[in-house]
Design a protein around this ligand. Structure first.
Ligand SMILES: Nc1nc2c(c(=O)[nH]1)N[C@H]1C(S)=C(S)[C@@H](COP(=O)(O)OP(=O)(O)OC[C@H]3O[C@@H](n4cnc5c(=O)[nH]c(N)nc54)[C@H](O)[C@@H]3O)O[C@H]1N2
Ligand SMILES: Nc1nc2c(c(=O)[nH]1)N[C@H]1C(S)=C(S)[C@@H](COP(=O)(O)OP(=O)(O)OC[C@H]3O[C@@H](n4cnc5c(=O)[nH]c(N)nc54)[C@H](O)[C@@H]3O)O[C@H]1N2
Ligand code: SF4
Ligand SMILES: [Mo]
Length: 726
């Protein structure tokens, strides 16, 4: 027998024959890694590598980025526009003119008969900022529907709403470099190593150098929790109670930064009166974290020279999502942990351009963080676009999660879906099916023709993907980075930007905004509109962005670099410049486990897959890690029900059921199962998704289910295979 490495062949990396590397930015998560795609002699994309001098990733990429060049000709891509009279009939191929003419005339017909708002538009966090800006101009300035929103309502709406309530504006105030200065990191409901692997690597490297404490709040023992100094396995949906209790201890023991509170906040008295009621002993009964741990974390956080909090969907996707964000902001305000190195309430965003849509899409307002509710903002944008300000509605319309129910009630008759797949990603699939089937007209604009939602469409518009086009993404730390055009669009697919421009041409209006021909010209317009605002980008240009591997906003004209942090001067965006301390009474309104449905259903993601797998499901080296729907289940709970590791089980809720493979693991407590949401006809058949009252974001992470063993394993395997789709 041979041992050791001596007799082993050295590892050889196959020569892919790259003759040229092209700069671009990763199109998956919001980390915002700079990538170079390698082209071979025949112009084929054959390799991807991280860009060494990019501050974000410093040469690193995760599994998704490394294999991203394989997307260009992956299975299921749309090549040509498709049309049909009725959903489910076979599609026929159409020319772009036919498909766009039909879509424009259906929009006009529906608006003429049922009113302007009867046609809705739902977009995404995954197209470029210039495309968002152009879509916003089309939706707000030409088509004129107020029922226009994005899938960010499933994702970031709670963070946006919480930032606005506390600080008067959206915008994550910190940056990745804060890890290098912090003395205490609280991570709530975020599985950083799997969902933002390169941010995790930045954090981990900083922690190895300086050894600051990491406290993780998550009901699962995630990869991040395994690395933590303290893991607080919170009872689902009760983070607000824990955060109120932390504030209670801080105020009770006089650990707050009173000078900061006095100088920069308002509402302290009402806040103090409320948290008075959340002493650790009673809070422990609700949130499941023992009172001493609560006290220890409070002292650690308040005692650190600089402390920061990061969070993701464990907070946002809850019936108290917006309150959870405000509670995190409260904690940072009372300890003076904002606007200085190592101190921030930093929402880790999700999709590659979740920020771009918040800033520029006009989905919840008007471009550049302007509001429909403000007359001055309406006038300014209307003036800039050359249209009548009266064309704009005076308050925002329905959120995505209210648009679909409005189809049920007949208020909305037509829908345009852009880069989002609600058939798989929205809660309660059966209801979404019925809803989409009810539409008079559905147009789906997606890079993949096999996206599940296309089942119900009348027109399908094939979109170019990621580096088949050019434009910007904004990442979690407000860094604008450039997606350079690396490859021509697949088949006859077209950039979303082109599609929006063509659509605009098909609407007659007395006064119409200009629609520039290139994304770079659109970027110039955005620069104009950004001047003097919080998100000032007037000092940026495509070339400068590429040269500096991304620039953070604000970056006004003449600035040496983008600002790393917001609110360094302690001046906030509320009138008067003060941040608000907001009291947050907790009301328990979740569906909870009971005798019939004894398990909490938790859902989320795994590192190798992205969302509804239109992309990662097609990349063999990614899909092979988890090709079938499965759930994490505690081995003791499984044994009690006679369920074996690796067998198929039935997951049942009040909404429906799903067949999943059981993975026994101590990662989840006895009364919880966790299901990755990447698979069609899986967890969202059973999920509930109660809505947060402020943000209208669904509580994907909390509802009640039961688990049943399945006698016929062979039939279950077949059903499970059907859900795997690829
Ligand atoms: N590989 C990969 N990366 C991604 C994505 C992807 O699909 N795949 N998607 C991107 C997007 S759009 C997003 S939004 C992010 C999401 O990134 P994350 O939010 O980090 O990922 P999730 O797995 O959805 O949820 C995180 C954790 O929340 C925990 N949680 C559940 N309920 C509670 C609760 O009540 N309280 C607390 N404190 N925690 C709770 C879950 O147990 C889970 O471990 O990831 C981004 N990055
Ligand atoms: N149970 C459960 N459900 C969840 C979640 C959860 O944690 N649990 N998380 C929620 C969250 S945070 C999110 S963000 C949503 C995501 O939900 P979705 O947005 O519905 O999911 P995606 O698969 O990302 O859909 C994006 C679509 O855009 C297409 N696409 C990609 N690039 C382009 C492009 O450049 N142009 C066009 N036109 N199309 C493009 C892709 O092919 C894909 O079909 O899911 C939500 N659903
Ligand atoms: S961490 Fe995110 S941005 Fe970076 S390579 Fe992975 S998926 Fe892409
Ligand atoms: Mo998301």
């Amino acid at each position: 027998m041979l041992f050791g490495r001596k007799k082993k062949n050295p590892i050889r990396l196959p020569d892919k024959g790259v003759v040229e590397w092209r700069y671009t930015t990763c199109g998956y998560c919001s980390t915002g890694c700079s990538i170079e795609v390698g082209l071979d002699r025949n112009g084929r994309a054959v390799s991807s590598r991280g860009v060494g001098d990019a501050d974000v990733n410093r040469g690193k990429l995760c599994i998704k980025g490394i294999l991203e060049h394989e997307l260009f000709d992956s299975a299921g891509r749309g090549r040509v526009p498709l049309m049909r009279e009725r959903a489910h009939e076979p599609f026929r191929e159409a020319s772009w003119d036919e498909a766009l003419d039909r879509t424009a005339s259906e929009i006009q017909r529906i608006q003429d008969v049922h009113g302007r708002d009867a046609f809705a538009i739902v977009s995404t966090g995954q197209i470029m900022t210039e495309e968002f800006y152009t879509l916003g101009k089309l939706a707000r300035g030409v088509i004129g529907t107020n029922n226009y929103d994005g899938n960010t309502t499933l994702c970031m709406a709670s963070a946006v709403s919480g930032y606005k309530r506390s600080f008067g504006s959206d915008g994550p105030p910190g940056c990745y470099e804060d890890f290098e200065h912090t003395h205490c990191l609280l991570a709530i409901g975020s599985n950083l190593p799997e969902q933002h692997p390169v941010i995790y690597w930045r954090m981990r490297e900083a922690r190895e150098k300086r050894g600051f404490p990491l406290i993780v709040v998550d009901p699962r023992v995630t990869m991040l929790a395994q690395n933590a100094d303290m893991h607080l396995p919170i009872r689902p949906g009760t983070d607000v109670v824990l955060l109120n209790a932390l504030a209670h201890v801080i105020l009770d023991e006089g650990l707050q930064d009173q000078a900061y509170i006095d100088a920069h906040t308002e509402g302290f008295e009402a806040f103090r009166d409320l948290v008075e009621r959340y002493d650790p002993r009673s809070a422990a009964k609700t949130c499941g974290i023992d009172e001493d741990s609560i006290r220890n974390v409070a002292r650690l956080y308040a005692g650190a020279p600089a402390a920061m909090t990061i969070w993701t969907m464990g907070i946002n996707q809850s019936t108290h999502g917006s309150d959870g964000v405000v509670a995190i902001n409260n904690l940072n305000l009372i300890t003076g942990n904002i606007g200085k190195p190592g101190a921030a309430p930093l929402s880790i965003t999700g999709q590659s351009n979740a920020m771009g849509t918040r800033e520029w899409s006009s989905a919840s307002g008007l471009p550049g963080y302007r509001a429909l509710e403000k007359e001055a903002d309406r006038r300014e944008v209307a003036g800039f676009w050359g249209i009548d300000p009266e064309f704009f509605p005076k308050k925002r319309g329905l959120f995505m999660t209210d648009i679909l129910p409005a189809i049920e009630t007949g208020q909305i008759k037509g829908l345009w879906l852009i880069a989002t797949n609600p058939m798989t990603s929205m809660p309660n699939t059966a209801r979404i099916r019925r809803t989409l089937a009810k539409l008079d007209f559905l147009v789906v604009q997606d890079a993949y023709a096999d996206v599940e939602t296309n089942e119900y469409s009348h027109v399908y518009l094939p979109a170019a993907l990621w580096a088949e086009k050019q434009g910007c993404f904004t990442n979690t730390e407000r860094r604008v980075n450039l997606v350079r055009n690396v490859m021509p669009p697949h088949g006859d697919s077209r950039p979303d930007f082109w599609i929006f421009n063509q659509m605009a041409k098909r609407f007659e209006r007395d006064r119409k905004p200009p629609f520039p021909e290139t994304t770079e010209q659109a970027f110039e317009e955005m620069k104009q509109l950004s001047k003097g605002r919080l998100l000032d980008i007037s000092g940026m240009s495509y070339d400068r962005i590429e040269r500096e591997r991304g620039l953070q906003w604000p970056c006004p004209e003449g600035a040496q670099r983008g600002a790393q942090r917001l609110y360094a001067d302690g001046v906030f965006q509320h009138p008067g410049g003060r941040a608000k301390l907001i009291p947050l009474p907790f009301e328990d309104n979740n569906e909870r486990p009971d005798a019939d449905y004894p398990f909490w259903l938790n859902s989320g993601r795994v590192v190798e897959h992205f969302h509804t797998r239109t992309r990662t499901g097609k990349i063999g080296n990614q899909n092979k890690f988890s090709p079938t729907p499965y759930m994490e289940m505690n081995p003791d709970a499984a044994a009690e029900l006679g369920i074996e590791h690796g067998s198929y089980a039935r997951l049942v809720s009040r909404r429906g059921d799903a067949i999943v493979r059981v993975q026994c693991t101590q990662r989840v407590p006895r009364d919880m199962v966790f299901v990755p949401f990447h698979y069609h006809e899986c967890v969202n058949r059973v999920s509930l998704g109660l809505l947060d009252p402020h943000s209208r974001q669904p509580a994907y992470k909390q509802c009640a289910v039961r688990v049943e063993p399945v006698a016929d394993q062979r039939a279950a395997a077949e059903m499970n295979l059907a859900a795997r789709a690829y």
